[in-house]
Design a protein around this ligand. Structure first.
Ligand SMILES: C[S@@+](CC[C@H](N)C(=O)[O-])C[C@H]1O[C@@H](n2cnc3c(N)ncnc32)[C@H](O)[C@@H]1O
Ligand SMILES: O=C(O)C(=O)C[C@]1(C(=O)O)C=C[C@@H](O)C=C1
Length: 247
């Protein structure tokens, strides 16, 4: 059983900005499971996407890997030789625990866990790239250039999985889905105080986009095809494809 997330259960005097520090890393599996509707479905279906997209002798990148949940799901589903998974995160606390998680299981596909900023790494020879709830934490000005770098690093026929919390252009739908997410957190045992303190801390750090804005940005970055393949309330996941004919 993972440690239970009680980080925000008592009143906090000065709420600072959200960070992926030691305390968050410690309770992260419980936190993300109880906070993101559909999270475990997305993780297991990323494995199914890996089965379909990962080609022999190519790389898979898990960008903002946290404790490596998506990496482990991908590694279990790779059917080919000569592949490599590169899992990247810039939080030392996450990276340290991620290495331990990955090493706890044996498998033939090697995994390199890299402590780095995903905006600074090279991406090449990729058949699959995963941004599972990571892009939303990047400065909005940096998002399109990262997606364009991913497109260039993908082989023709490769895929990007982009999971995010969404905002909505229709305010009524936005409010409904926001409230459903709130209900989901309450049903998972979070108090009003925990929900509101976390929300304040995330306010300046996690800036969400609409599905339409994501699709338009993916197109500008080069992706010829992009569609939502999963949604639960205001959380979901897109798959974006680099065409087979792309140079
Ligand atoms: C919500 S978590 C991702 C969850 C994870 N992908 C999973 O499926 O369990 C976001 C992660 O992105 C990382 N992150 C945020 N900005 C980053 C950046 N610029 N470079 C590398 N990692 C980053 C954070 O440290 C954090 O671990
Ligand atoms: O929006 C919220 O309330 C969240 O808790 C979302 C979210 C996320 O989407 O990454 C924020 C931080 C934690 O990593 C887990 C979940």
């Amino acid at each position: 059983m993972p440690d239970r997330d009680t980080l925000f259960s008592a009143p906090i005097d000065k709420l600072g900005d959200w960070t992926f520090d030691e305390r968050v890393a410690e309770v992260f599996p419980d936190m993300i499971q109880r906070s993101v509707p559909g999270y475990s479905n997305i993780i297991s279906m990323i494995g199914m996407l890996a089965e379909r997209f990962v080609q022999p002798g190519t790389r898979v990148y898990d960008l903002g890997c946290s404790l490596g949940a998506a990496t482990l799901s991908i590694r279990r589903n790779i059917q080919h030789d000569g592949c490599e998974i590169i899992a990247v995160d810039n939080s030392p606390a996450m990276v340290e625990r991620c290495r331990r998680h990955i090493d706890a299981f044996r498998a033939s596909t090697p995994v390199e866990v890299r402590e780095a900023d995903i905006r600074a790494i090279d991406i090449s020879n990729a058949s699959l790239v995963v941004l599972n709830f990571t892009l939303q934490f990047l400065n909005p000005e940096d998002r399109e250039s990262l997606l364009a770098k991913i497109w260039r690093g993908l082989r023709p026929g490769g895929a990007l999985v982009l999971s995010e919390k969404f905002s909505f252009e229709d305010a009524s739908v936005g409010e409904l889905l926001f409230n459903m997410h709130h209900d989901f957190k309450r049903a998972n045992g979070y108090s009003e105080l925990e929900i509101s303190q976390k929300r304040s801390m995330l306010e300046n750090v996690m800036l969400t986009d609409s599905v339409e804005a994501h699709k338009a940005r993916l197109k500008r970055a080069g992706f010829e095809h992009a569609e939502l393949w999963f949604q639960c309330f205001n959380f979901g996941s897109l798959v974006a494809l680099k065409s087979q004919e792309a140079a």
